[in-house]
Design a protein around this ligand. Structure first.
Ligand code: AMP
Ligand code: ZN
Length: 480
């Protein structure tokens, strides 16, 4: 069976044929490092880690190059640096914020069972021309100006969208519609309202690099065009690579603009041959996001007493993510995590006693993955292997062992190492509630308030009320 992947650009599932099977090349947009990543941000990291594992299996571990960047230049980072380190010079404060956040991100995604990508370039190291000659942003912008695709105006260098006849093909937003809709703010210095920033001047209070256009900083999109070319430029110098990924929200404007920059700078018909986008992780039907405030950080799910349990092991979070196909939305609920934890426990209990079948995963679980990463289909196969294994089918137990390891949802630990985590907070809440009811009955309000605070710290909110007979009752729910 061949690998088939859904491509956002052509809107169809297509057979995946690498440009060079001895070096399959994938780029995925990484985090902006100003704060803890939330569990929604973990979705692309996990989805593309599964794809990375699959590609390594298909083409050989040494024949896949996976690049995931770190965005360490962004106005959100500047704001955070000024807020958290007001006494420090800006550059130093920025470095503190980005180094700490990037390290935290690495630890979080490692706990989620993700392999490190081949390269994790930081944007700030690719602004100016480099000693090693890898592609940088300033050189790319110069190329765009030289080829007539960019211009300087009003303290900015802008990409001239009208210079690219098929601008808008990925998102399906054609220029005419954008003008008519006038959704893009009209800036007087732009030739076209949809023109976007490649470079902008910095004030003395903003980070900046000396460039041919003055001391400034790059726009958001150019970094990915530079860093993908830096590590994935083809041996033929054509700068087209195989797979580009990220969340749905990146299709427009980010990926649309990356395509415009890369194709126009290199004169190629494509930036990447396959464009993949994961769906949103949602809370009660809304996208989880920092701005809506409806988020849980990966860190707090792993570490603290929030979200309905003491802690969730990284493997449980990873399996919970893979229970839904990557292009579908996920509603992130406690029930889902409880379900994932139950499954994983059953599987590991059986797999632990068996030798792994081999270093290779069983074909049964690869087949569904070849169909556009059908992870729910793969989970159905794990269920079947488990059913066989409990009937003392040793072969099935060994396959289950290999499969779990391959998927990164287990690495040979004893069940107790995983499930000393997160055991039944419900019991704990009920016990504390009973203690509080008793304290209230004996009018020890100091104690009952203390218990309320302890529960609040676990993310549990109490509601005091009366039942039908007028007796006081307390109900509880997980705070959001
Ligand atoms: P950001 O740091 O916001 O640029 O996001 C980093 C990555 O996480 C991008 O690929 C986003 O598309 C993705 N992402 C952000 N929020 C969600 C969400 N709620 N569900 C799935 N992916 C998300
Ligand atoms: Zn990007």
């Amino acid at each position: 069976m061949e690998l088939r992947l859904y491509d956002t650009l052509t809107k169809e599932k297509r057979v995946f044929t690498p440009i060079d099977p001895s070096n399959v090349r994938m780029y995925v947009c990484g985090p902006t490092v100003y704060d803890f990543a939330h569990i929604g941000n973990a979705r692309p990291v996990i989805v593309f880690d599964v794809l990375f594992r699959l590609l390594r299996h298909l083409y050989g571990a040494d024949h896949v190059t996976y690049v995931r960047n770190i965005t360490d230049v962004d106005d959100k980072i500047n704001d955070r640096a000024a807020r958290d380190f007001p006494g420090l010079p800006l550059n130093e404060a920025i470095r503190k914020v980005t180094e700490k956040t990037a390290a935290q991100f690495q630890a979080d995604v490692a706990a989620l069972g993700c392999l490190p990508p081949t390269h994790q370039p930081r944007a700030t190291e690719f602004v100016l021309p480099r000693a090693d000659g890898r592609t940088d942003m300033v050189t790319l912008i110069k190329q765009l100006i030289a080829r007539g695709h960019a211009y300087e105006a009003g303290g900015e260098v802008l990409f001239d969208v009208q210079s690219m006849p098929d601008y808008g093909a990925l998102s399906g937003r054609r220029l005419e519609e954008q003008k008519a809709g006038a959704r893009v703010a009209v800036d007087a210095h732009k030739r076209n309202p949809a023109d976007f920033v490649l470079w902008k001047l910095s004030s003395e209070h903003e980070p900046g690099w000396d460039s041919p256009w003055g001391r400034g900083r790059p726009g958001w999109h150019i970094e990915c065009s530079a860093m993908s070319a830096a590590y994935l430029g083809g041996p033929d110098g054509k700068d087209v690579f195989d797979i580009h990924g990220g969340g749905l929200d990146l299709i427009f404007p980010h990926h649309e603009n990356e395509i415009a920059q890369s194709r126009c700078a290199h004169g190629t018909p494509a930036m990447a041959n396959t464009w993949m986008h994961n769906g949103f992780l949602q809370v009660e039907g809304e996208k989880m996001s920092k701005s809506l405030g409806n988020f849980f950080t990966i860190n707090e799910l792993l570490q603290t007493k929030k979200f309905g349990s003491n802690q969730w092991h990284g493997y449980v979070l990873r399996l919970a993510m893979l229970m839904t196909h990557y292009r579908q939305p996920i509603d992130w609920t406690v029930d889902r995590l409880v379900e994932a934890r139950k499954l994983l426990k059953e599987w590991i209990d059986i797999a632990y006693g068996a030798e792994p079948e081999s270093d290779d995963p069983p074909k049964e679980i690869i087949d569904p993955l070849l169909d556009d990463l059908n992870t729910p289909g793969m989970i159905t196969v794990l269920h079947a292997l488990h059913r066989e294994a409990v009937r003392l089918n040793v072969e099935a137990a060994r396959k289950l062992n290999s499969a779990l390891r391959f998927l990164g949802i287990w690495n040979g630990e004893k069940t107790s190492e995983i499930y000393s985590f997160g055991y039944e907070v419900k019991t704990e809440v009920e016990l504390l509630l009973a203690a509080r009811t008793e304290a209230r009955a004996r009018k020890d309000f100091k104690e009952s308030d203390r218990i309320r605070d302890e529960l609040a710290a676990m993310g549990v909110v109490l509601k005091d009320g009366k039942d039908a007979d007028g007796k006081p009752v307390t109900t509880w729910e997980i705070a959001r």
